[in-house]
Structures are given as structure tokens and as C-alpha cells.
Design a protein around this ligand. Structure first.
Ligand SMILES: [Zn+2]
Length: 249
């Protein structure tokens, strides 16, 4: 972990604390240009972390502070995503695949962040999820399924109910109320990359299954006297650190 403080942050507002992690790509040619922009006063943007293609991790803003990465948008019907999230930028030009060392570093970092703030896997979202009218990142090449297999995100299983209207599921998942084609495009960008054409039964089935996963998780988390199953799926920060070798963490 390399400290590289950005001046672009403030206090989290209204006592809010991180309950989401928003993933981004930098859409810049390399780490030096991304660091320069994320630390330039006039740019007024930042993130908590930047992960290089080689797996090195820069911390720009303390997790307790409000970094300026999400901008206008909402998730779960609530705005000021910056006050409610941790922002992670991935060094990627927007067209290239994400490198294996970068994904490994992200997984280690995410494991620690989710554990420290008790954020469930469903709380890890794309910038394009919360700002579908403006944003595409981290884009169709990002491997969300891989994160979900590690308990670091969610991914649809086969067999969801294709009879559930898509808007109902997308509302439940947290998507902002934008024009239906934009919502469908944002949902597919993340969960059905490459899918084209009008809404299909498989879109509805996938979204309904994600909602079903959320509802099971919420039931488990709210049951008194029980420990959330998510917690067991996270390695501790120490375990994550031990599992990563030679990538700067
Ligand atoms: Zn972004």
C-alpha cells in the first residue's frame, strides 16, 4: 500500500458511513496520469484507492473521509453516494482487459474493506449502476462473476423467476429511476455483458434471482442472535494480507 494523499475529500455528511463500494476504471493511459488527476485541486475528483495493472495499491483518501468519486446518482433510492461509499479506481483505459495481478489486489483490498465496514457482497457496485445516464465504468470487461465467487459481489444463478417484471427487480436491487432502456443497458453492462436487443426473459430471470439472493441475505442479517453468513465468507484483513505476496500490500 502506497500513501499518496489527495486534497480532494471532505467529511462524510449526516453521520453516514460506508455501506457501498463503488468500482471505477480510470479511463486514462497509465497510473501517473491517473494519480495526477485524482490529486489535482482543480479536477475536484479523487477515490480512496487506485489499483495499478501490476497490482500495486495507492491510498489517496482515508476510508473514514468522503472521497469525491461517485458524483451525481443514487443507489437504493438514496443519493450522496460519496458519503455512503468507498471508491476504488482501477488503472484501465476502458478498452483493455483487467490484468490478473490487478484483480488479485482488488480482491485482497475488497476483503478488508467489506470486513472493516460490515458491507455485504451486494454493496459492491459499479459506477455505471448508480449513474446509468453518465457512466459506463468499470465496463463490460470487468469480471463481476469472479468477485461473486469469492463472496465479494453478487451474480445471478440460473433458474430465476422470469415472470417478475424487470422494473420491480431493478427497483429492489437499487437502480436509479432513469429511462427503462438506460436501466436495462446498465443492468446488462454488469450482469449480462454483450447482451443486445429488447428485454428478454433471461434478463427478468437474472434480476429476480439477484433480488432473491438479497432477500435471503437480509433475512439472515436481521435475525436476532445470528451471525451474518457473509462474515464467514470474508477472510480477515490479516489473512488477506498474508495471502498476497509481492504486490505492495
Ligand atoms: Zn467512475
Amino acid at each position: 500500500m502506497i500513501r499518496h494523499p489527495s486534497p480532494n475529500f471532505g467529511p462524510r455528511r449526516n453521520g453516514l458511513r460506508p455501506e457501498l463500494v463503488v468500482l471505477h476504471y480510470t479511463q486514462m493511459p497509465d497510473v501517473p496520469s491517473a494519480l495526477e488527476r485524482l490529486c489535482a485541486l482543480e479536477a475536484q475528483v479523487s477515490a480512496h484507492y487506485l489499483i495499478g495493472a501490476d497490482g500495486r495499491v495507492w491510498q489517496l483518501v482515508e476510508e473514514t473521509a468522503r472521497a469525491w468519486h461517485a458524483g451525481a446518482g443514487s443507489w437504493g433510492g438514496r443519493g450522496d453516494v460519496n458519503s455512503r461509499s468507498i471508491g476504488i479506481e482501477l488503472d484501465n483505459d476502458g478498452a483493455s482487459p483487467f490484468a490478473a495481478p490487478q484483480m488479485q489486489a482488488l480482491e485482497a483490498l475488497l476483503g478488508g474493506v467489506l470486513h472493516r465496514w460490515a458491507i455485504p457482497p451486494a454493496g459492491v457496485i459499479a459506477h455505471s449502476d448508480m449513474a446509468p445516464e453518465r457512466k459506463q465504468d468499470p465496463g463490460p470487461r470487468f469480471d463481476w462473476r469472479r468477485l461473486a465467487l469469492l463472496g465479494l459481489s453478487i451474480w445471478p444463478r440460473p433458474g430465476g423467476d422470469a415472470g417478475t417484471p424487470l422494473p420491480v427487480s431493478l427497483d429492489r436491487l437499487g437502480y436509479p429511476e432513469v429511462a427503462p432502456p438506460l436501466r436495462l443497458a446498465a443492468f446488462r453492462l454488469r450482469f449480462r455483458p454483450g447482451a443486445q436487443g429488447p428485454e428478454a426473459p433471461i434478463d427478468r430471470a437474472a434480476a429476480a434471482d439477484l433480488v432473491a439472493q438479497l432477500e435471503v441475505a437480509n433475512t439472515d442479517r436481521s435475525a436476532p442472535g445470528t451471525v451474518s453468513p457473509h462474515r464467514d465468507r470474508y477472510r480477515t484483513t490479516q489473512q488477506v494480507r498474508r495471502s498476497v505476496r509481492g504486490d505492495g500490500i
